[in-house]
Ligand binder design. Structure first.
Ligand code: FAD
Ligand code: NAI
Length: 465
C-alpha cells in the first residue's frame, strides 16, 4: 500500500460514510474510506433503497400494464411477467449507482481501502488484507445496520428471507407472509403482491406503520387491504417449520390466546434493523454503546476523542438521507465549520403506491406533549391533476400550532407525495406558518395544490372542498 497516513479515515462506504468522505475531501482533507463489501454504497445502494425502488418502479409498471390502463381507454393484451428481466433491471440500476460512487471517490482522490476495518487505537485502524492505517484528525464509524433476527425463526434467504433475500426471489411465491408491518414489509410486500403473490402481513402491534401518524397508518392499511394485502394485526409469530416446499408459521394473538397456523411459500422477516458494530474493536478501545448504538455527543464524537460516528449505527431514524446529512455536518465540523443537522425535520417516506410521506410531529405526539394545534386536511379526490392521472386515493394533512400557526407536522398519503414532502420540509426549516404555505402560489393543475388546500383548510377556508 502506497499510503498509510490520512487525515480522516471513514469506516463504512454507505450513504453516511461515502458522503462524509466526499465532503471531507472537498474541504481539503486527505481521506480514506474502509469498506469490506465488494462495492461502495452500503446497504442503501446495494441491498436497500436503490434495489427496492427499482423493483417497486418495475412492479408498478407491470401492475399498470396488466390491470391499470383500461380506465384510460388503452387496451393491452398478453402482458407477461419476465422476472429475470425485472431482476436484471434492478441489478443494472444497482451497478450503475455503486460504480458511480467509485467514480466520485476517484474524482475526489479518496482512497478506498478494501477490507474489514478494526479500530486498534484512537487514531489507528487495522484493515484486513491492507495493513495499519493512521488517522491524524478523525476516525469516523459509519458501519450502518443489519437485519434484526426473530428468535426461533432462522433466516435461510431461501424460504425465510430478510429484505436482502426478498429483493432476489427466483420466482413469485404463491403466498408470501411478511412478519412486520413496517416500511420494508409494506414496500416489498407491495412488490410481490403486484407480481401475483398473495401477501399476508403479520404485525405485532394494532396498526401498520406504527411510528407514523395514526390517521395516516389507518388510511394506508385500508388502501393496501383494498389492493389485496391481508393483515393480521396484534398477532405474534411463535414458530416456523420449514420444509422443501414451504413454511408453516404458528401465530397467536399478541395478548395471548389460541394458536393458529399459516402456510406460506416464503416468509419475509422485517421487524426492524439493528446497529452493526461487529468486529470493529469498540470494546478494546473503550467506545461506549447505548442500547447497541454507538453513543455520541452533539458533535458526533464518541466518548473516545478522535473517534466519531454517524448514520444507522447512532441514534435516530435509520434513513439514508439522515446518514448523509450527518456525514456532511461532521466533515464540516472537522474543518471548523458550525454545521448541524436538524433531527426534528428528517422526512420519512414509504415508497408504496400510493406513497406515504411525513415530517415533524404526529397528532399523537402533539396530544401527548399537550400542544394545542389546528389540523387542515385535503383529499386527492378533490384535486384535478390526481383525477386526471387516476390516482385519487389519499390526503394531505397539515398540523399547525394553535397559537402561532407555525407548521408542526405534515402527513400525506397519495400519488408522488415522496416528492411533495420536500416543499414542507423546507417550509418548516424556515419556521413557516400554515398561512405562509396557503399564500404560496402553486402551479395548476398539480398534485401540490393539495398542499396549499390543506394549508387553507387549517384556517377553515379550503377552496375546492
Ligand atoms: P450502511 O448503508 O449500512 O453502510 C455501512 C457499510 O459499512 C456497509 O457497506 C458495510 O459493509 C460497511 N462495514 C460495516 N462494518 C465494517 C467494517 N468493520 N469494515 C469495513 N466496512 C464495514 N433509507 C432511506 O432513506 N430510503 C429508502 O428508501 C430506504 N430503503 C431501504 C430499503 C431496504 C430494503 C433497507 C434494508 C434499508 C432501506 N433504507 C432506506 C435504509 C438505508 O439503507 C440506511 O438508512 C442507510 O443505508 C444507512 O447508511 P449508513 O451509511 O449508516 O450505513
Ligand atoms: P420497521 O421498524 O419499519 O417496522 C418493523 C415492524 O415490525 C413494526 O411495525 C413492528 O411493530 C413490527 N414488529 C416488531 N417485532 C415484531 C414481531 N416479533 N412480530 C411481528 N411484528 C413485529 O422495520 P423494517 O420494516 O424492518 O425496516 C427497517 C428500517 O429500514 C426502517 O425502520 C427504516 O429505517 C429502513 N427502511 C426505510 C425505508 C424507506 O425509507 N422507505 C424502506 C425500507 C427500510
Amino acid at each position: 500500500m502506497a499510503e498509510s497516513t490520512f487525515d480522516v479515515v471513514v469506516i463504512g462506504g454507505g450513504p453516511g460514510g461515502y458522503v462524509c468522505a466526499i465532503r471531507a475531501a472537498q474541504l481539503g482533507f486527505k481521506v480514506a474510506c474502509v469498506e469490506k463489501r465488494g462495492t461502495l454504497g452500503g446497504t442503501c445502494l446495494n441491498v436497500g433503497c436503490i434495489p427496492s425502488k427499482a423493483l417497486l418502479a418495475a412492479s408498478e409498471k407491470f401492475e399498470e400494464a396488466a390491470h391499470g390502463l383500461a380506465k384510460f381507454g388503452i387496451k393491452v393484451g398478453g402482458v407477461e411477467l419476465d422476472l429475470p428481466g425485472m431482476q436484471a433491471h434492478k441489478d443494472k440500476v444497482v451497478k450503475d449507482n455503486v460504480t458511480g460512487i467509485e467514480f466520485l471517490f476517484k474524482k475526489n482522490k479518496i482512497a478506498w481501502l478494501k477490507g474489514a476495518g478494526k479500530i486498534t487505537a484512537a487514531n489507528t485502524v487495522e484493515v484486513e488484507g491492507v495493513g495499519t492505517i493512521t488517522a491524524s484528525k478523525a476516525i469516523v464509524i459509519a458501519t450502518g445496520s443489519d437485519v434484526t433476527p426473530l428468535p426461533g425463526i432462522a433466516i435461510d434467504e431461501k424460504r425465510v428471507v430478510s429484505s436482502t433475500g426478498a429483493l432476489s426471489l427466483p420466482e413469485v411465491p404463491k403466498h408470501l407472509v411478511v412478519i412486520g408491518g413496517g416500511v420494508i414489509g409494506l414496500e416489498l410486500g407491495s412488490v410481490w403482491g403486484r407480481l401475483g403473490a398473495k401477501v399476508t402481513v403479520v404485525e405485532y402491534l394494532d396498526r401498520v406503520l406504527p411510528t407514523m401518524d395514526g390517521e395516516l397508518s389507518k388510511q394506508a392499511q385500508r388502501i393496501f387491504a383494498k389492493q389485496g394485502m391481508d393483515f393480521k394485526l396484534s398477532t405474534k409469530v411463535t414458530g416456523a417449520s420449514v420444509t422443501e416446499t414451504g413454511v408453516t408459521l404458528t401465530v397467536e394473538p399478541a395478548a395471548g390466546g389460541a394458536a393458529q397456523t399459516i402456510d406460506a411459500d416464503a416468509v419475509l422477516v422485517a421487524i426492524g434493523r439493528r446497529p452493526y458494530t461487529e468486529g470493529l474493536g469498540l470494546e478494546a478501545v473503550g467506545v461506549e454503546l447505548e442500547r447497541g448504538r454507538v453513543k455520541i455527543d452533539g458533535h458526533f464524537q464518541t466518548n473516545v476523542p478522535g473517534i466519531y460516528a454517524i448514520g444507522d449505527v447512532v441514534e435516530g431514524p435509520m434513513l439514508a438521507h439522515k446518514a448523509e446529512e450527518e456525514g456532511v455536518a461532521l466533515a464540516e465540523q472537522l474543518a471548523g465549520q458550525k454545521s448541524h443537522v436538524n433531527h426534528d425535520l428528517v422526512p420519512g417516506v414509504v415508497y408504496t403506491w400510493p406513497e406515504v410521506a411525513a415530517v415533524g410531529k404526529t397528532e399523537e405526539q402533539l396530544k401527548a406533549a399537550g400542544v394545542a394545534y389546528k389540523a387542515g386536511k385535503f383529499p386527492f379526490t378533490a384535486n384535478g391533476r390526481a383525477r386526471a392521472g387516476g390516482n385519487t386515493d389519499g390526503f394531505v394533512k397539515i398540523l399547525s400550532d394553535a397559537a402561532t400557526d407555525q407548521v408542526l407536522g405534515v402527513h400525506m398519503i397519495g400519488p408522488n407525495v415522496s416528492e411533495m414532502i420536500g416543499e414542507l420540509v423546507l417550509a418548516m426549516e424556515f419556521s413557516a406558518s400554515a398561512e405562509d404555505v396557503a399564500r404560496t402560489c402553486h402551479a395548476h393543475p398539480t398534485l401540490s395544490e393539495a398542499v396549499k388546500e390543506a394549508a387553507l383548510a387549517v384556517d377553515g377556508r379550503p377552496l375546492h372542498i
